[in-house]
Design a protein around this ligand. Structure first.
Ligand code: FES
Ligand code: FES
Length: 159
């Protein structure tokens, strides 16, 4: 039997009815249309499905949708401020921190979880924050360079 789920996604309230076994990634992509959140391994290993739940990075294939009841979810679609890219997105662009882009939404949302908690993390903390995000293309160095530049204050909301 379906249950009511009330959550906020990218600042907008939603009320949906879901099966108790439905995963958060399924609601985000298949019900609400936030397809920027990618489905990769669906076993919690690749990080492609990472979103922020009440500010924390979580793998949306690894939690039930109903666990997000009453929560604020931020997906990649909500990271930019309208047409103004988020500092993390600007840094990724400037440092060539993606190639095919499949991992990018998850990488950015993992990083955003870190920067929300700690605006100037160390390189070690940066590496730890994306430890659960797999990229088949970049070799990670460009991603770490981009995130390090943000940590050093080289990118701000106004830029
Ligand atoms: S799809 Fe969720 S961790 Fe891979
Ligand atoms: S840019 Fe292709 S998987 Fe990361």
């Amino acid at each position: 039997m379906k249950k009511e789920l009330i959550l906020t996604v990218n600042g907008q309230p939603y009320e949906v009815y879901v099966n108790p076994k439905t995963l958060l990634v399924e609601v985000l992509r298949d019900v609400l249309g936030f397809t920027g959140t990618k489905r990769g391994c669906e076993t919690g290993s690749c990080g492609a499905c990472t979103v922020n739940l009440n500010g924390m990075a979580v793998k949306s294939c690894s939690i039930l949708a109903l666990q997000a009841d009453g929560c604020e979810v931020l997906t990649i679609e909500g990271l930019a401020n309208g047409a103004e890219l988020h500092p993390l997105q600007k840094a990724f662009l400037d440092h060539g921190a993606f190639q095919c882009g499949f991992c990018t939404a998850g990488m950015l949302m993992s990083a955003n979880g870190l920067f929300t908690e700690n605006p100037s993390p160390s390189v070690e903390e940066i590496k730890e924050s994306i430890d659960g995000n797999i990229c088949r293309c970049t070799g990670y160095n460009s991603i770490i360079r981009a995130l390090t530049a943000v940590a050093k204050g080289e990118y701000t909301e106004e830029q």
